[in-house]
Write a protein that binds this ligand. Structure first.
Ligand code: ADP
Length: 366
């Protein structure tokens, strides 16, 4: 049993409220990622779970026990940091076994656990080296190995991949996922990188200004964001937000984007938005992949329009196109053979079956 629960957790530093009443239930075996921009309170939350920061208000339970006043070493957690925090004078094996030796585990048991973790992390041939003889990626593996050998109730990761180059980050991300598939230890992982959050997590917790904006599986957050913040934070390039209003024209509900541009809504969308006030200032939220070149045999709800492209970015498998709709910047993703060129007009299409409608004032997705 190693579920982790946060009940109305608050952290105040003098007059700063870094964490403002967080409720979160993490299931046994679950991999949960806390993600959000710098300063949103994710590290503080993780450090409170670890016991490295006092809680100003609320309760944290690990495996059903309230741990508010339990010191870090007695919480049965293992933390992996961005800076690895390895002892420079110890070998890899000594670093990995340090915690177990402190607790006077039998020598044979320690040896087995270190060997098993080293094998799992593919560092078996490095165990006699010192940290300075290792690459950044290898050091991070050792830091993970040190966590694994302790077989704790919970793993806590604080931006563990931030110091690695882009290629190595992708590789280590896959390694961490593989390790979790094997050991199944409940994991709380902090990152500011939404791609890392999406690729690793069973559930992602999006934080903003000390609060939780939304909790969901990666797909839930991507396809059904609850707020403008989440819609804009998850996904790259980011979702477009185009000012708009609803209006009735020839018996159908339309979405008006500019004086020149209005599209009829597909029936399912029209039904959903029927009760929205026609005067409300709204935002059309639409992801770049739903603004494409015109394709033959377009489905209903895919509406054509023309734009002059400001900038095009060929990515190989697709070309990103940047343009403005009545001064609002927007981004689309078109086929590399669609004829997109800087400064040239392009006939495009918007897939309104995949649109979101947001209240411009509150940022809530309707
Ligand atoms: P994140 O990990 O999301 O970048 P943090 O949890 O580190 O954010 O910080 C949340 C907020 O708390 C920030 O505004 C930060 O400046 C503030 N903060 C963090 N640690 C301290 C501290 N020791 N004293 C005062 N303010 C702090």
């Amino acid at each position: 049993m190693a579920e982790v629960s946060l009940r109305k957790i608050v952290k105040r530093y003098d007059d700063v409220e870094a964490v403002r009443g967080i409720d979160l239930d993490i299931a046994d075996h679950e991999f949960v990622v806390l993600v959000g921009p710098s300063g949103c309170g994710k590290s503080t939350t993780l450090r409170m779970i670890a016991g490295l920061e006092d809680i100003s208000d609320g309760d944290i339970t690990i495996g059903g026990d309230v741990v508010n006043d339990v010191p870090p070493k007695d919480r049965d957690i293992a933390m992996v940091f961005q800076n690895y925090a390895l002892y420079p004078h110890m070998t890899v094996a000594e670093n990995m076994s340090f915690g177990l030796r402190l607790k006077h585990y039998p020598k044979a048991e320690i040896k087995n656990r270190v060997a098993e973790a080293a094998r799992m992390l593919d560092i078996a041939d490095l165990v006699d080296r010192k940290p300075k003889q290792l690459s950044g990626g290898q050091r991070q593996r050792v830091a993970m190995g040190r966590a694994i050998v302790r077989n704790p109730k919970v793993f806590l990761f604080d931006e563990p991949l931030s110091n690695l180059d882009a290629k190595l980050r992708v590789q280590m991300r896959i390694e961490i996922k593989k390790v979790h598939q094997k050991v199944r230890t409940t994991t709380v992982y902090v990152t500011h990188d939404q791609v890392e959050a999406m690729t690793l997590a069973d559930r992602v917790v999006v934080m903003n200004k000390g609060r939780i904006e939304q909790i969901g599986t990666p797909n839930e957050l991507y396809h059904n964001p609850a707020t403008r913040f989440v819609a804009g934070f998850i996904g790259s390039p980011a979702m477009n937000f185009l000012p708009c209003r609803l209006e009735e024209a020839s018996g159908r509900l339309h979405i008006r984007l500019t004086d020149r541009t209005a599209f009829p809504l597909p029936p399912a969308r029209a039904a959903r938005y029927q009760s929205v006030s026609r005067n409300e200032p709204l935002l059309l939220g639409i992801r770049p992949e739903h603004i494409t070149e015109i394709r033959p045999h377009a489905e209903p709800g895919i509406e054509p329009f023309e734009a002059v492209l400001d900038v095009t970015e060929p990515m190989g498998m697709e070309t990103l196109v940047y343009f403005t709709l009545d001064a609002t910047p927007a981004c689309g993703r078109v086929n590399p053979n669609a004829g997109a060129r800087d400064g040239a007009p392009l006939r495009m299409a918007m897939d309104l079956n995949n649109m979101h409608l947001l209240n411009e004032t509150t940022g809530v997705v309707i």
